[in-house]
Design a protein around this ligand. Sequence first.
Ligand code: ADP
Length: 789
Amino acid sequence: MLRMRKYQRIIKKIYRVLPKYAEMTDERLKEQTSVLREELLQGKTLIDILPNAFAIVIEADKRVLGLMPYDVQVLGGLALFFGNIAEIKTGEGKTLVATMPLYARALLGEKGNYLITANEYLAERDGQAMGRVFEWLNLSVGVGVGTEDQDFETKKRLYNSDIIYTTHSKLGFDYLFDNLGSELAEQVVSKFNFAIIDEIDAVLLDGAQTALVISGSPKVQSNYYQISDWFVKSLTEEDYEYSDDKRKVWLTKAGLTKLEQYFDIKDIYSEQYVDLYRHIVLALQANYLKQNGKDYVVESGKVLLLDVVNGRIMPGVKMQGGIHQAIETKESVEVTSETKTLGTISYQSLFKKFTRLSGMTGTAKTDEKEFMETYHLKVIEIPTNIPTQREDKKDKIYVSNQTKIEESLEAVREGIREQRPVLIETGSVSMSNLYSLVLLQNKIPHNLLNAKTVAREQQIISDAGRENSVTLATSMAGRGTDIKLTSEAKQHGGLKVIGTERMTSKRIDNQLRGRAGRQGEPGESVFFVSLEDKMIVENSPHWVRQTRQRLAKRVTEGKRPATDQVNIRRLKRVMDKAQKKFGNAEVQSRKNTLAYDTILSGQRTRIYAARNKVMSEDETYLEKIMSQCVNRVVTNFVGETTNLTVESVADFVFNNMKSDYPLEDIERRVGRDSKKKQIYEFLIQLSSYLLVQSLKRFNDGAQARYFKKVVILRAIDGSWIDQLEYLQQLKNIVNGRGMAQHKPVNEFGREARRHFFKMEDQIFLDIYRSLLLSELKAKPDGSIDIEFP
Ligand code: ADP
């Protein structure tokens, strides 16, 4: 409330200064950007000049685009400017809303102000259209599309723009690539200042499980997949159990016993069976969690993942950590090779890098608690410009699926009779295929929009607003899928949305309803649900099943009319509760993912920060690493070697420092009863001496610095890749154990930390060996080739 009042006050100020700008010539108005920038330089704050900034964009929007932002759009713009989620209904003009906060935030001259959309089509379309306004106002705009074939200069220019329209994946990949290189000057994504995330609910909530991954070379193929799959397929129900939310599965005691018999081993948890166990867990997940038609489809011998958000096939995307290969084995298609992960980041971690984050969507209010708790983002509901005329009907509840489908068909027919466009929504690709069949059997022509028809999507959508058209779709979040009504369709009552089941959350339900009644147009929405719907069956108490059976019996006995609609309030509550229970499980699972991710992200941040420092070739920092390195390697060796003898010391020297170091010298320095301390001092002395010798080989300081940089980066990258791999597998393993005894995330955190220290040791050892053992070869052109040990 307080916030609203604050915004209203600013809006008043905006309209007070607007006439001043409205009177200006184009030339003068264009100059206002530098006028405001000057004022900022003189000491005014962004808040001081905010009304002017907004007024300038409003006037420019009007002159350049011919669109004058409505009051509610200005309100939305303020909500975004201050870092909130603005809930703005479909068709209300989010694209235009974004121009105001983006301009204002870019005024400071700090780079890194983004509008981030879910797909390239939108980034390009909106970036081009709105870019005209910013350029008119003398700000630079970049549109980030086409990830592969962009040269460095183009990329650099893009990220140096005042305002950038791009996709989340492009930004994420460019960021990861920046941290794979070895030159600071080659990094392009430097600033994370302000971001507006378009369809923020789809990105942060529905896409919460997705991470960006840069893959490297293939790994050696494991031969455990097939045997694990055979074993898992032989299990019966008492051998495994699910977590309440059905997102995890693990072996019960009975299952473990079977496992040990099957493979004739003892104690599967022991170190030697880690790899086998990991594959068993993967096979369990592939067989009992991942569903063909929901999570993936199999097409011409390939497993293709489906986007959880819109059911689209994601070509080229694979699940990491071996689960993709486990699914391929389950489906008996050719198993593709696993690749090493060079870099990975989740969208959550990516967006958390921004100083100020905001987002817009048509549906966020239902999940405001989660946005607040997880991202500290407040949801602000922006009213529509014209009140909606959409009629949201009460749910129609049935006992059996069959009656539900029959009745929903009747509703479709009614829509056709009224000559209005009808949009039928199903919860999964497989349901949409089934429903399509039913429509065909009933001779109802329709367009089917699901994962397999991406190419025709735009065409189907533009047809979906015509009178008499029937469109069948899986839930499709995302803009650019706006259904525009023809004037006939409007006259006949607008779009009729028919949901054939409750979706996975109220928010998705609302998303569907929101397809109808845009911008004050007429429209209608209704959901058909049955007690046999999967979500209800899996998430409701026992008595519901009994009621279902009892009622079903009465129907077959003919005691009730053919329409067994049971409009009992109690059942409605069951539906709501089931949806809520499912929703809570989703929230929990997202929190969980985030918890894992935070641990990984902390490690990544440390590694990337270290890399950046090394890349800056800061002499003091490099020196510090050198001496840390020498100290840690020698300390570890002396500390960990139980039997410190001339032989073990000599071994260490030959392997890590100098292969032709005279043995007599070691014998002279390491006596039979030398103390650890003496050996430590000897090795430190020797290392330091050899290090100086090694660096003396370079002609100048710059070359030596370059050598150190390459050596350190190489060591960090090699170990970091292994660490990523390890964390991936660790996550699978801790998730594949029963949850009774421990919290998997805690265990993950503990192990991850322990392994991080181990990785540091490895990095230091690699640096140490490279520094002392690398061979140098001078090339005729004066450059030097380094041959690493
Ligand atoms: P959303 O993304 O919120 O669904 P869009 O940004 O796609 O909406 O805009 C929907 C339509 O409304 C577009 O055709 C746009 O030109 C139009 N529009 C937006 N704002 C205004 C305005 N202030 N005046 C007139 N038309 C507008």
